[in-house]
Design a protein around this ligand. Sequence first.
Ligand code: ZN
Ligand code: ZN
Length: 265
Amino acid sequence: MIRNNYHTHTFRCGHAIGNDEDYVMEAIGLGLNTLGFSDHVMLEGIHQENVRGDYLSREGYFSSINHLKDKFRDRITIYLGFEAEPFKEYFMDYRNLLKTKTIDYLILGNHCTIENGMIYSFFGRNTSVENLYKYRDTLIEGLKTGLFSCIAHPDYFMDSYFKWDRHAKRISKDIIKASIEYDVPLEFNFALIRRGKTIKGKESRYGYPFIPFWKLVRKYHAKVIMGLDAHAPEDISTYKNDEGYKLINELRLNLIQTLPFKEVK
Ligand SMILES: [Zn+2]
Ligand SMILES: [Zn+2]
């Protein structure tokens, strides 16, 4: 069993539940060695209710997780991070957070884009062919910054794009190759496995992981890290019975146990 998880949310984003310490207790109960908190990044000037916490909740997040780091230091290693979109408007902010060691790491979750200062394309909703390429391009721009330690749910676009056509294959290959080139592991995400299969076009499947994508990942032998994407304390404790773990083994992915964090000087 893998004993490190770097993808954990908190109530601050508005769509996760439980208090911070409950996640830690579940992780200790399960025997995890590492628990990384990576709540949706709170951004100055951006309000997205039930998506990310308000910017004002940042300090409370930092102090709560830092307090838990200290309190449980003999029992588990806790890291403080964010799941952040590759918004170029905020690269300086991200860089500062890492440089000042305010946070330990960032994971790249490409959920949407900003255009003209507004949240614009949502890659999880009715993704068009045009949006697929936008998803790829913004994601790869993010990798080039050297700020992100892994790519959360890289196959996110397949939750709302139902054809494994030449476009989907093209961008999948480009993302996998960029993951290798910039040495940023791909995260095999458990969130929608917990939700179960749903009808996507003509088939019943998970929104992600999308299996043909992961077969390509194996073919290229890219590095993979597993991520629980926990939104409730029990998402951690139920992991050992999870279908996702079986899938990782069946796919014979090049799994790494520990996520090296990118450093900014
Ligand atoms: Zn995400
Ligand atoms: Zn997440």
